[in-house]
Design a protein around this ligand. Sequence first.
Ligand SMILES: NC(=O)c1ccc[n+]([C@@H]2O[C@H](COP(=O)([O-])OP(=O)(O)OC[C@H]3O[C@@H](n4cnc5c(N)ncnc54)[C@H](OP(=O)(O)O)[C@@H]3O)[C@@H](O)[C@H]2O)c1
Length: 240
Amino acid sequence: MENLKGKTAFVTGGSKGIGYGIAQKLLANGLNVVLTSRSQESADKAAESLNKEFNTNAALGVAADVRNYTDQVNAVEKAVEAFGGIDVMVANAGLGHFGNIADISIEQWNDVIDTNLTGAFYSLKASLEPLKKSEGYYISISSLAGTNFFAGGTAYNASKFGVTGFTQAAMLDVRQSGIKVSTIMPGTVSSYFNGNEPDASGDWKIQPEDIGELVVDLIKMNPRTLPSKIEVRPSMPPTK
Ligand SMILES: NC(=O)c1ccc[n+]([C@@H]2O[C@H](COP(=O)([O-])OP(=O)(O)OC[C@H]3O[C@@H](n4cnc5c(N)ncnc54)[C@H](OP(=O)(O)O)[C@@H]3O)[C@@H](O)[C@H]2O)c1
């Protein structure tokens, strides 16, 4: 996409953290942004603060739980109604429950898989037609945990290895119809993930807006070329 002005992006889980940083950079580059959250109040609050920051009405908050396919379909419809189409879908919403397999509950397992993995599938499935129409871009936010496994990570690793595999297979399914597909696999990002409160001690971490910049770089890239799987690391993690 050479000219981003007036294009429309949809960011799942854009109320805070990485999704919010992605929304910021997309708005800064002239796109409309529909962002979702499980709560209408949080979605509205985020959209309001972004509209204020960029002196625009181009951000719209919609309540949609990525674990619910009907929610995704309705939210996509709202985006198309509001802005006429969808050019970029970012499947970002996610969470983690960590612990020894003996302690991970059935509910925690289902929450992680339904949100991170099934949510990424629902987000693409629900936006396939608008993306075909726009010859748009689908980007999932996987993780380095989608290629490196660790103790206590059964549910999270399974979900993110799944997101990485899902996204690469989906890329092969849709690229001939003009839809670009990439997965971004960040290391530690300064966000609210797993109860974290971002502060200055996390300045060494990747910042949410850095992932936002990467999303903008991807969608600006000449469409003949597709970076399909991108690992992103803090360049100087603290030595242990
Ligand atoms: N932080 C890291 O170090 C890191 C590294 C690699 C990958 N990631 C991935 O990056 C993505 C974003 O995480 P983050 O670090 O930005 O965490 P975060 O600050 O906790 O933000 C998570 C976002 O996801 C939304 N969300 C959670 N469950 C949802 C659901 N069922 N439906 C819709 N939205 C939902 C939250 O919205 P509400 O709470 O308002 O519903 C929030 O906007 C996740 O997929 C995560 O796995 C994070």
